[in-house]
Design a protein around this ligand. Sequence first.
Ligand SMILES: [Zn+2]
Length: 101
Amino acid sequence: MRYDVCDRCGVKIPEGGLKYIVRVNIVADDDNIIPEDITDEELDAMISGIKEFDPDMLESDVHQELAFVLCKRCKEQWTRDPFNTMKDKLDIDEGWSGELH
Ligand SMILES: [Zn+2]
């Protein structure tokens, strides 16, 4: 039987079972990347510095898309606390058999 696996807790989600796709779109805030009062020399130095970076690294620094599969329980917990600031209060193993039926 085909199944997906929750990226958060590892539970097997059978084909056709309830699952959620979390898409994260990370975009650099482009405000103030180039200061308004920059001199031509400073701008040239910035451009030279950028040329030394790996283009793939530069791209991921500006824009990155991630996608995760979550089971229903993890989706509910993740939406309540996406940055895991309450990790001591949300125990993903508590009362969890590890498999959806
Ligand atoms: Zn899960």
